[in-house]
Design a protein around this ligand. Structure first.
Ligand SMILES: NC(=O)C1=CN([C@@H]2O[C@H](COP(=O)(O)OP(=O)(O)OC[C@H]3O[C@@H](n4cnc5c(N)ncnc54)[C@H](O)[C@@H]3O)[C@@H](O)[C@H]2O)[C@@H](O)CC1
Ligand SMILES: [K+]
Length: 483
């Protein structure tokens, strides 16, 4: 059993891939072996989370996810715990594995009840796993609301019930963690699923653990992966500012110069050799707190030797500069208003596609609304399947895409998408996106391929927030690397 952290490197399998692996594994094992392993793993984690629990409520559903819960109940009872099972199954329709565990739970003397106990020290959600076919309703929904509204920890078996394991879409609203709510844990069985790590999945699952049930994962193709922490990239003694490239931040229309200056500051502190602030507001004053930044007229820059970071605070004025950026920049990060301009203008879309065909390194950094505009769909459609939205954008424009949000997805043409696990809700504040664009620009300018540049910048950006002291997180301090 392994705990998943932002540094974990692991393949993620969708429901179809997980089903394939389950079938391959089951074919070589004695009947009921997988469920016994699953139930024992659930029991072990439950006992580690709440070693002194007097009452453990195990809510079991009608299928094999419920079977895992029943098996865990049997295992905990044999170890001196007092689980109380509420089971929503029908004895006439229970699948064979779950039936075997039901009998083992009964034989072990597990208490069965019609309704949840009055109070509990740990709740185990074994209602629905990867077989969920609709939103929980009725008694099941009521139980989920009760366990997630209580202060006792919740351990979800395989996936939080009602969470789409492929997409991270949650079918049932529940109390957000943090509102007087206790910890959430999820023990993913056999495989890790992408939905645990993006969209609503991270909040719903809480701390994720994996037990692979001693099975190989070679018989299926992963849908995505966790790429873990970037390598350390120490600077060579002999390097100089030319080794780390030039970044030109093009943005900052009147009234929005701050966004471009944040991106420029982030690029500077992330290590770019030289950073030019090419502001669209010709009257903006130089940021005297950052004398290293060089203020330039955007028209004067030779972008063919530079990394352009275009769009931060760009307003409508960025549109006129985009043909030059897209056609000539050696490397480019396209953010914010530059993305909005491209979404509205087929000619710019053609230029971006052409850039992709020429193999010029390009990273798009949309948040869900910007991605929705580029794909000409609603934001909810993007959030309903973030992996596929990011991949479609990457394929369409021949670019690397970092689709921001909880569980940022990084996609590239012809590559398996990655999900980043650093970062937290403190990043949901003004200017943090500009900082990310600058950090990606710096990584690109330093010579990293676009996919690595995007992934490493996203990781560091989130990692800074994860290690932020107990002071407010501001974008300007984030741009300075927390200093
Ligand atoms: N068969 C095995 O040996 C193993 C099974 N495993 C477990 O089995 C799970 C998959 O089992 P299943 O395929 O039986 O699927 P589930 O147990 O996830 O759910 C399917 C059952 O729930 C019902 N259902 C679906 N949505 C519902 C809803 N909204 N409200 C009420 N009922 C609903 C279905 O009609 C069906 O009876 C995995 O998630 C995992 O927990 C794993 O432990 C691996 C081993
Ligand atoms: K579950």
């Amino acid at each position: 059993m392994q705990r998943v952290t932002p540094s974990t490197v692991a393949d993620l399998f969708d429901v179809a891939g997980t089903r394939t692996l389950e079938q391959v594994a089951a074919a070589t094992l004695a009947p009921h072996t997988l469920m016994q392993r699953a139930g024992l793993a659930v029991a072990r984690l439950a006992m580690a989370i709440a070693p002194h629990a007097r009452t453990v409520w195990i809510a079991c559903g009608p299928g094999n996810n419920g079977g895992d819960g029943l098996e865990a109940a049997a295992q905990m009872k044999l170890r001196g715990f007092a689980p109380i099972v509420t089971w929503l199954g029908n004895p006439d329709r229970v699948p064979p594995d779950a039936r075997a565990s039901l009998e083992r739970a009964r034989a072990a003397g597990v208490a069965f009840a019609e309704s949840p106990p009055v109070a509990w020290d740990l709740a185990i959600d074994a209602l629905l796993g990867i077989g969920a076919s609709r939103a929980p309703d009725g008694e099941m929904a009521e139980w989920l609301r009760r366990m997630h509204g209580d202060t006792a920890p919740v351990l979800s078996v395989d996936v939080p019930s009602g969470l789409d394991a492929d997409t991270g879409r949650l079918a049932l609203d529940r109390t957000p963690p943090g509102n007087g709510h206790a910890a959430r844990f999820c023990l993913s069985l056999l495989t890790l699923k992408p939905g645990l790590f993006t969209a609503q999945g991270r909040d719903a699952a809480g701390e994720v653990w994996l037990d692979d049930l001693d099975c190989s994962a070679s018989a299926a193709t992963p849908a995505a992966w966790l790429a873990g922490a970037p390598p350390n990239r120490p600077r060579l003694q002999s390097s100089h500012k030319g080794s780390y490239g030039d970044v030109a931040v093009i943005g900052g229309a009147p009234g929005m110069a701050g966004a471009a200056l944040l991106a420029a500051s982030a690029a500077l502190h992330a290590g770019a050799g030289r950073v030019f602030a090419a502001l669209l507001d010709g009257h903006a004053a130089l940021d005297t707190s950052q004398p290293e930044l060089m203020l330039r007229d955007p028209a004067s820059l030779d972008l063919s030797k530079m990394t352009a970071v275009a769009g931060c605070g760009g307003g409508a004025a960025i549109r006129a500069l985009l043909p030059r950026v897209l056609s000539t920049a050696q490397r480019a990060v396209i953010d914010a208003d530059a993305l909005n301009a491209i979404a509205l203008d087929p000619a710019l879309q053609t230029l971006l596609e052409a850039r992709g065909r020429r193999g010029l390194p390009t990273v798009l950094t949309p948040h869900p609304l910007e991605a929705a505009r580029l794909l000409d769909v609603g934001t909810s459609a993007v959030q309903a399947d973030r992996l596929s939205a990011a991949q479609r954008l990457a394929d369409r424009f021949g670019s690397v895409v970092a689709l921001k949000g909880s569980g940022t997805v990084i996609a590239a043409p012809g590559a398996r998408p990655r999900i980043n696990l650093t970062g937290n809700a403190r990043l949901a504040s003004a200017g943090t996106g500009d900082v990310l664009a600058g950090m990606v620009g710096s990584a690109l300018a330093g010579g990293l391929p676009a996919l690595e540049a995007a992934q490493e910048a996203v990781w560091h950006h989130g990692d800074l927030a994860d290690h932020w002291p107990a002071t407010p997180l501001t974008a300007s301090a984030l741009a300075r690397g927390g200093r």
